[in-house]
Design a binder for this molecule. Structure first.
Ligand code: URA
Length: 466
């Protein structure tokens, strides 16, 4: 047997070089004994004795892109059989270049299964890493998380966290290695234990409160929930400790909500004035967007407006200037309103979500779409504004805005340009979001501008009809 051990068990390039060497030397899969190294030893625990290898065939070892992509995922699996299996498929690809198309081939099935398990683990790490804040020696916040992946996905996932939290310092500790980001460079450290990570912090209560508030008893399906959030992750998820109680209380809460028609998330009295809304959104930390350190942007305009215009969320310009719709999307909206003869100054302009959700990219803050859950939480404030202003018609710009108003996400293409009645008699008029138009070019842009103008013309008619 020829022994081949990887020094770094998740290093695809290392596996590739070794596999290429063995295949070029004519080492058949049955005679190659692959194993993971322990990460400290020599590159190859037992180098193949020259006499035990066939003469190099001189043949070029080929692998198509599909195999390389699959192998890059499979190499991250924790099952040691993956190395030999990959080699076996590589070997067969030399004479069966279309092997991967044979979806019934047992080797191909096995590789696909391993790759799927790795992809799932990558996704779960992104979803279930929970950071807690500690102070670095220089007093700056560092977000530290403990995570136990099933496979060797830490390095492969690092870029995601770097992009997501580029401007913050963070560390992800795992039993195999630790990753540390200081805002500029990613460093790798030794394995950690759970006790190396903080167990709670000052924002934990916020997060737990948020989780309780978005736990919607009316939508509870325990089987689905456990499938999405497998129990093996629960021990490191602070919110999971609440789940048994929340499930136990879910049916009671749902019945009470249906009986009283109560808002799913709130039992407080609605804000009594626009000033109370402005103060409330500034303090609001009910969802992660509210906790991101940006300032909440209040609606503006006439407090007795017949028309209310609702966007998705403030953008970069709006957050800086603390006014809704003043950036490029706002300018496009202003021009379109003017062309239709609708006066913005007589309307009330606001957003479904009050804080700016973004992902940092260098010095820029790139817009991120709020989730349905975040929009649903912020509906409390939008409903508050609507109840105080009492507009007859609300113009919803885009799907997020429509969700904030209707409590569901409509298909804009199907429902735009028609009147939708809310239970309190207010009419919602739906159209596309101006940012969508800004992203288009050429004919598509012209076509969508025309549709937008038509929708606003329909709105103008509706307003004139009283
Ligand atoms: N996009 C929105 O939805 N709202 C704003 O205020 C600005 C851009």
């Amino acid at each position: 047997m020829i022994a081949a051990a990887l020094a770094e068990p998740d290093d695809f390039e290392e596996w590739r070089a070794e596999a290429r060497r063995l295949a070029a030397a004519g080492v058949a899969p049955e005679t190659a004994a692959w194993s993971d190294g322990d990460g400290t030893a020599d590159l190859f625990a037992a180098p193949p004795p020259a006499s035990s290898m066939a003469e190099p065939t001189g043949r070029e070892v080929r692998a198509n892109r599909a195999f390389i992509d699959l192998a890059r995922s499979v190499i991250l699996h924790s099952d040691p059989v993956r190395l030999g299996l990959l080699y076996s498929v590589l070997w067969r690809l030399q004479t069966q270049p279309r092997l991967l198309d044979d979806v019934a081939d047992p080797d191909v099935v096995a590789l696909e299964r391993l790759a799927k398990q790795v992809r799932r683990d990558i996704h779960k790490m992104r979803a279930f890493v929970r950071f807690r804040v500690v102070a670095d020696e220089d007093g700056v916040d560092r977000y530290v998380a403990w995570f136990e992946p099933e496979h060797r996905i830490e390095r492969a996932n690092a870029e995601f966290f770097v992009n997501r939290f580029a401007s913050q310092r963070w560390s992800i500790l795992t039993p195999r290695l630790s990753l540390h980001w200081d805002g500029a460079a990613l460093l790798e450290g030794p394995p950690a234990t759970r006790s190396d990570a903080p167990t709670e912090d000052g924002v934990e209560e916020l997060w737990l409160g948020y989780y309780r508030s978005i736990f919607n008893p009316a939508r509870l399906k325990v089987g689905m929930m456990v499938k999405e959030m497998p129990r093996r992750y629960w021990k490191n998820l602070p919110e999971a400790g609440q789940i048994p109680d929340l499930i136990a209380g879910a049916h009671r809460r749902e019945a009470a909500m249906i009986a009283t028609g109560a808002n799913l998330f709130e039992s407080e009295p609605a804000p009594a004035s626009l000033a109370a809304v402005a103060e409330g959104i500034t303090q609001c930390r009910r969802c992660p967007i509210g906790c991101n350190g940006t300032r909440a942007v209040m609606g503006e305009g006439s407090s007795s407006a017949v028309l209310m215009i609702v966007g998705e969320q403030p953008g970069d310009n709006e957050e800086r200037e603390n006014r809704p719709f003043i950036g490029p999307a706002g300018q496009l909206l202003d021009r379109a309103l003017e062309e239709t003869g609708i006066e913005r100054q007589r309307a009330y302009v606001t957003n479904a979500v009050k804080h700016f959700k973004f992902t940092p990219r260098g010095k820029r803050r790139l817009h991120q779409t709020p989730t349905a859950g975040e929009i649903d939480i912020c509906r409390w404030w939008l409903d508050g504004e609507r109840a105080l202003i009492k507009p007859k018609v609300v113009l919803a710009l885009g799907a997020s805005s429509a969700r904030g108003l209707l409590g569901r996400t409509p298909a804009i293409g199907r429902e735009r340009g028609s009147a939708i009645a809310l239970p309190d008699g207010t009419t919602v008029w739906l159209t596309a979001h101006p940012s969508y138009l800004l992203r288009l070019d050429g004919d598509a842009r012209e076509r969508e501008h025309d549709r937008f103008a038509q929708d606003l013309a329909g709105l103008s008619q509706l307003l004139r009809a009283g």
